[in-house]
Write a protein that binds this ligand. Structure first.
Ligand SMILES: [Zn+2]
Length: 275
């Protein structure tokens, strides 16, 4: 049973603030061991439930956050950025399940540190007409490869979101959202127990499913017109209104690659405080 953990940081235990997830800050350094603790709690539970190998794929920012020296030695870690499938690199390698650890809600919605890929320049993403979090996008990619989503952790609103896009997944709310920058947080000693127990339970759903490849459409709304114009330079991307672009792809894998290009070009066009 080969499992991958896609590990993001905004939904980790104790994280509520920009500095908590901003690379190089003292707050980020303080929370790296806590984030690593969530990952280790998950690995413990996955092995107790029958996993035989676990790949941790770093999914936050520079994708260099988890402390390898503290990682459960039964797992291996894919660390560093510039991966074709980014948060989901490794999904195409015959996995039996994927965990979305430390995830968060979608851009434009309530939830601790809510966003979709870019921290605030994207105000909404829609997958086939439904507003999509990173979890919803990544679940569609997993489905295309026949890989079930086993467990999702994050704030309570992230768990509500997961119950919609992955109804068979187990969820753990490590904090209760009070605002986009505030939450009632459970201490790591408690969330570790809850994540371990949930990961063990979730393994009962592990095992490959039928891979289903279907065409998809993604639309992306930005907070400023020039970002949409910049993204629409891509030949397969259309500007559909002043701040929104859309594109079609024959597979979810291609849709996510195109989405990665759209976000890269748009983030390159962000100019100082005016965005
Ligand atoms: Zn994220």
């Amino acid at each position: 049973m080969r499992i991958m953990i896609s590990a993001d940081m905004e939904g980790a235990t104790g994280v509520t603030w920009t500095a908590d997830v901003a690379i190089g800050t003292p707050e980020w350094q303080r929370l790296r061991p806590v984030f690593t603790g969530d990952v280790n709690a998950c690995i413990t539970g996955l092995y107790a439930g029958g996993a035989t190998s676990v790949l941790v794929n770093e999914a936050h920012s520079t994708q260099r956050n988890i402390l390898l020296e503290d990682l459960d030695p039964r797992a291996v870690m894919l660390t560093g950025k510039h991966k074709p499938l980014s948060m989901m690199q490794g999904i195409d390698s015959g996995l039996d399940g994927v965990v979305f650890l430390g995830y968060h809600t979608a851009a434009g919605l309530d939830g601790v540190l809510s966003h979709t890929y870019l921290p605030n320049q994207i105000t909404g993403v829609w997958l086939d007409g439904t507003r999509a979090s990173e979890g919803r996008l990544n679940a569609a990619l997993a489905a295309e490869h026949g890989v079930p989503v086993l467990l999702v952790t994050g704030d309570n609103l992230t768990c509500d979101d997961a119950n919609d896009y992955a109804p068979h997944a187990t969820t753990v709310a490590v904090k209760e959202c009070v605002s986009r920058y505030a939450a009632i947080c459970k201490p790591p000693a408690i969330t570790a127990q809850e994540i371990t127990t949930a990961a063990t339970t979730a393994m009962t759903h592990a095992g490959r499913t039928t891979a289903t490849t279907t065409p998809h459409r993604i639309e992306v709304e930005f907070d400023a017109s020039h970002l949409a114009a910049a993204a629409a330079v891509i030949p397969t991307v259309d500007q559909i209104d002043i701040r929104t672009v859309g594109f079609n792809a024959t597979t979810m894998t291609d849709a996510m690659k195109a989405f990665k290009i759209v976000t890269a070009i748009a983030s390159g066009a962000v100019e100082g405080s005016y965005g």
